[in-house]
Design a protein around this ligand. Structure first.
Ligand code: DON
Length: 309
């Protein structure tokens, strides 16, 4: 199977697509991104990297950072995390507040905004915001073996200035006690996580630990069981109220962000990142999903593909 060729063919097909979705416009730095952009990177278990299109261009990873924040929080407090956040798909929009009232402030899962805000609060249980942001940056740099990854301060500032729904979510959960720390500190940290800027190559490299049972180049970052569980959550909850459809069409763990990126994992086979800023109605990359669907169709990498040996 010639993965380089497959990735190039997909990028070529995506360049010709006219239905590209709608670029996020709630903050100026995202609204300014051209809808023509498309990038893809596939890292195989043998370490080879296959890229096409705008794969080297950094973009705002936004909610994909929720995967890395969850990994750090599980590392910090283990299964205690699940007393404060659930593991069920929400069936609601990423920034929805409706379930929080009936479910007494406990978010459905760590990949919706409310859940990621709780995860951030957990990290701040033993760190100051500056330390938690530094830890996150060191973590993704180590995972990707790339010291050039940075946080876009302009994006972080814009998130802060427009983040009224997130403020509502955090304050509401503070009233229930699922958020325990200083709400302003929790949100400031959460917004910096969202503002991580990475290219498809860097993101696919950073996802290698989920492809390889928690290890990167022999070094263990999480246990095999935790890697498996994070993948399960990505499959069931990684695309908000579009998660069922993502599993149906692609059949792989994946996590999206409103910057138009998706990190996708074929366990034991590949770590994949796609980026195209146009979003579908659920806030997930329109062409990113289409590209992944094509990749899985051509490679048979879906976890539901029978593997008889
Ligand atoms: O927190 C927010 O609402 C934004 N930073 C967007 C997060 C996000 O990527 C949701 N995703 N699809």
């Amino acid at each position: 199977m010639d993965i380089t060729q497959i990735v190039e063919d997909i990028a070529g097909a995506m360049a010709r697509e006219t239905e590209r979705g709608k670029v996020a416009d709630y903050i100026a730095p995202l609204a300014a991104i051209a809808p023509e952009r498309f990038g893809m990177a596939v890292v195989l278990r043998d370490g080879s990297v296959h890229v096409a299109g705008d794969a080297e261009e950094p973009f705002s990873i936004q909610s994909i950072s929720k995967v890395f924040a969850l990994t750090l929080a599980i590392g910090a407090v283990g299964d205690q995390l699940w007393t404060r956040v659930g593991r069920e798909p929400s069936g609601s929009a990423f920034n929805s507040i409706v379930q929080l009232e009936s479910e007494r402030g406990r978010p459905r899962n760590p990949f919706i905004n409310a859940g990621a805000i709780v995860v951030t609060d957990v990290l701040l249980g033993h760190l100051e915001p500056r330390e938690a942001i530094g830890q996150m940056l060191r973590f993704v740099r180590e995972l990707a073996s790339d010291e050039t990854i940075r946080i876009d301060e302009e994006v972080a500032r814009a998130e802060q200035e427009t983040g009224f729904t997130n403020m509502a979510l955090a304050n509401y959960m503070r009233a229930f006690g699922t958020v325990r720390g200083d709400v302003a500190k929790v949100l400031g940290t959460y917004f910096h996580f969202c503002a991580l800027s990475m290219s498809c190559r860097q993101l696919a490299m950073a996802g290698r630990y989920l492809m390889d049972g928690g290890r990167v180049e022999g070094r263990r970052f999480v246990t095999e069981r935790r890697a498996r569980r994070i993948n399960a959550l990505m499959m069931s909850c990684g695309h908000y109220d579009n998660s069922g459809d993502f599993a149906y069409r692609i059949g792989l763990p994946g996590k999206s962000g409103v910057g138009g990126g998706i990190l996708c994992v074929a366990p034991g086979i590949a770590s994949i990142a796609v980026w195209s800023p146009g979003l579908n109605g659920n806030g997930n990359s329109q062409l990113g999903q289409m590209a992944l669907e094509r990749l899985v169709y051509q490679t048979g990498w879906s976890v539901f593909e029978p593997k008889f040996s």
